[in-house]
Design a binder for this molecule. Structure first.
Ligand SMILES: Cc1cc2nc3c(=O)[nH]c(=O)nc-3n(C[C@H](O)[C@H](O)[C@H](O)COP(=O)(O)OP(=O)(O)OC[C@H]3O[C@@H](n4cnc5c(N)ncnc54)[C@H](O)[C@@H]3O)c2cc1C
Ligand code: SF4
Ligand code: SF4
Ligand code: SF4
Length: 380
């Protein structure tokens, strides 16, 4: 049987406009050293750079979150065989948490919990490195490799846009890397912070046993309803439409809408809220074809939705994720609100409603574009 490969990704994903630009195929291409595929243009899917060097191994096709080849295997591994009836995924506990570290709390997107948990993992030597994202402009981001708390302080906060996190893993972990090369980079245990599309790709790699995914010890997943894409024309349109200059933006957050804090508004007295509905022209089209809001394949998921200001909603999923969060709570690295059962139920209902809304958006987008949904069969 012919193994599907990058040319099939072009036909089935890129040409259909549903590439999420997660970076998975590029980062983990077996033939990276030959520059088979890569990003040639910003805000576009990867392309062949040296097609002749393609080994037709099919890894890129299998790990792509938009081919869904490994859905069954992953859902089985994460107790999610009936995803539609479990839109929140496998949930061991839901918390509303906050960092106890002044810098991480104040620079954090919500409660500064993701970076605090990473700090704890560094301290306890649970990880040697973390792949996060940093930014130098609103809606712009790039992957960044952190090796200590000081590195993390500068990366706190939300970066909208997709950073090719997986590419950073690959840079540190090229396929040609031998063990001495890994040792040179000092780490063997990594944490990766990512959106649901990125975490899906990592889990697919782990499912197939492909290097270097075995070095990813923790997948810390961010909630994600959608992401945005800006070129110069869209920047100008956005500035006109919402009467906001990009250069005036201090901080961006996203919960059930987009929240903008302007420079000079330190007390957050005049936060600007923009409904997702009004941002349709700026959404990356492929996000309409994505159905996971709470990052169901992560070890721990994090978002602002459901928690009060300056707190992060935290969902523990795997045993190691649960242990890390509980240990961080016990040691006072993060604190949590005592939630009564009524509040917890309200929080859960809100998360479920958003998850269902995202699933419904995908269904209607796919139907409008391609007719009824068809699932790819596993060729593994
Ligand atoms: C694109 C995107 C969309 C989101 N959509 C929603 C939403 O609809 N509803 C909701 O409730 N929450 C959403 N979130 C999550 C939310 O904004 C916060 O990231 C989350 O609550 C954690 O907050 P914190 O203060 O605990 O994190 P912090 O302690 O501030 O740490 C945030 C960590 O995330 C990393 N990071 C930031 N941006 C990216 C990125 N683009 N890719 C990978 N890593 C990144 C940072 O480097 C940092 O390590 C979204 C996040 C992103 C990146
Ligand atoms: S070598 Fe393999 S992973 Fe790389 S582009 Fe070709 S089929 Fe995809
Ligand atoms: S969604 Fe990710 S893995 Fe799939 S083609 Fe696009 S960049 Fe590659
Ligand atoms: S909506 Fe889906 S595809 Fe878009 S950035 Fe978020 S996880 Fe990725």
């Amino acid at each position: 049987m012919k193994v599907k490969s990058f040319e099939d990704l072009i036909e089935e994903v890129h040409k259909k406009g549903i590439c999420q630009q997660c970076g998975g195929c590029v980062s983990f291409c077996n033939s990276m050293d030959y520059d088979v595929i890569g990003y040639k243009k910003p805000n576009s899917p990867p392309e062949f750079i040296n097609e002749g060097n393609c080994l037709k191994c099919g890894i890129c096709y299998h790990i792509c979150p938009q081919t869904h080849v490994l859905d069954y295997e992953l859902n089985r591994a994460f107790n999610l065989l009936d995803f539609s009836s479990m839109p929140l995924g496998n949930t061991s506990e839901i918390y509303s948490c906050q960092s106890t570290d002044f810098d991480l709390l104040h620079q954090g997107t919500d409660g500064g919990v993701v970076n605090s948990l990473l700090t704890y993992m560094f301290k306890e030597k649970l990880i040697d490195g973390a792949v996060v994202a940093k930014t130098n402009a609103p809606f712009s981001r790039e992957p960044f490799f952190a090796e200590c708390k000081e590195d993390l302080v500068g990366t706190s906060g939300l970066k909208l846009g997709i950073s090719q996190q997986l590419d950073e893993v690959q840079k540190r972990h090229s396929y040609s890397s031998s063990l001495p090369e890994l040792n040179k980079h000092k780490f063997k245990k990594l944490a990766v912070v990512g959106t649901p599309c990125q975490i899906y790709t990592i889990r697919s790699m782990q499912n197939l046993g492909i290097i270097p995914s075995q070095n990813i010890e923790y997948c810390l997943g961010l909630f994600c309803y959608e992401n945005f894409e800006f070129d110069q024309r869209k920047v100008e349109k956005f500035q006109r439409e919402f009467n906001i200059k990009f250069e005036d933006i201090e901080k961006i957050n996203i919960k059930k809408d987009l929240i903008i804090q302007l420079k000079g508004d330190k007390n957050r007295n005049s936060l600007i809220h923009i409904e997702f509905e009004d941002l349709k022209d700026y959404i990356r089209p492929a996000c309409n074809a994505c159905n996971d809001f709470t990052n169901v394949y992560a070890d721990v998921s994090f978002g602002g939705l459901g928690s009060p200001e300056h707190f992060t909603t935290v969902i523990t999923r795997t045993e190691k994720g649960r242990r890390a969060v509980n240990d961080a709570l016990e040691r006072g690295i993060i604190s949590n609100l005592e939630l009564d059962s009524e509040t917890k139920k309200h929080m859960k209902d809100l998360l479920i409603a958003h998850s269902i809304s995202k699933m419904a958006r995908k269904e209607s987008f796919m139907k409008s574009k391609f007719g009824p949904l068809k699932k790819a069969k596993s060729t593994v």
